[in-house]
Design a protein around this ligand. Sequence first.
Ligand code: SF4
Length: 354
Amino acid sequence: MVFSENLAYWYIQFKRDLPWRNTSSPYCIWLSEVILQQTRVNQGIHYYLRFIERFPAIEDLAKTPLDDVLKLWQGLGYYTRARNLHETAKLIVSDFGGRFPENYAGLIRLKGIGSYTASAIASIAFNEAVPVVDGNVLRVLARFYGNRTAINSKAAKKTFTDLAEHILDPVHPGLHNQAMMELGALVCSTRNPDCRVCPLNSECYAFLNHEINELPVKSPKRKSRTRHFYYFHITYKGKTFMKKRNGSDIWHSLYEFPLIETDGPVPLDALSQTNAWEEIFGKNHAVPFSASKTYKHQLTHQTIISKFYRTEINQPPESLNRLFASISADKLYELAVPRLIERYLEDTEPEMAK
Ligand code: SF4
């Protein structure tokens, strides 16, 4: 228990004053945990406040169309989180009368809530003794115990959850879990952890054995894939042609311009010989374009290299009318679009994109 006491004492003194720390509302805790997955706290705070202001209760989120939720989420990336958030909100309202199940077993049964989020809500909102294991906690545990299980391996989840359970404070599990996450974020950082001020330093394996830089262990990264996206910003009588992305690829449900994707860089005149071009422009090859700069957009396992070609047409080919929606200028900036397209719009129409 000395571990927990030292940790709790440190946390109470040094924790950051974050808006979701002043509540035990499962809705607010859930929202913050979903936003903070794969997002830095500084960026996440703005989104959290924006969401709470717009959707003060889960019923407000549930009754809002998905497109509006995605628009508010725009820029955070990993849009599956926003879609699951919306889906889960609807489910909690329809099947549970707007009340979250009050324990881990009930929470984990909900579609869209995984073990990490269920543990966070159960321990912080309902004081249930279940450990939370995020990236920060993994790092602290691997160093503290000198555990060499690769943190990105399949075995990691069980190994580190068992360790986290072993040291969990059963009386104050919510506080303990938050303290572990905060310690990993503020002190036991990936590079240059500040072991001198760490409340665990007297028993930490990595510190005592000078192995801070060797732990945690990570398996080599998956190779990143590069994709080339050529977008066509086509306007006709002030309207722009856009389409919602479908399928299991990135950016599901977000809007984009007509697109030709290639494996490598391809000049415009070569693009104009492709079937994909014909699907957009029909047989018309002589459209004048202005080209944007090249944009590079980094996702977890892929790099998107993109160029935007802009043109105004006199007569839309039948294919454009059939496959794409024509969006008026004022509505264009209300659509939920990938961050890549948002950057382009900010560069071309800074006033409208605000
Ligand atoms: S002593 Fe250093 S390595 Fe060990 S848990 Fe604390 S910050 Fe991390």
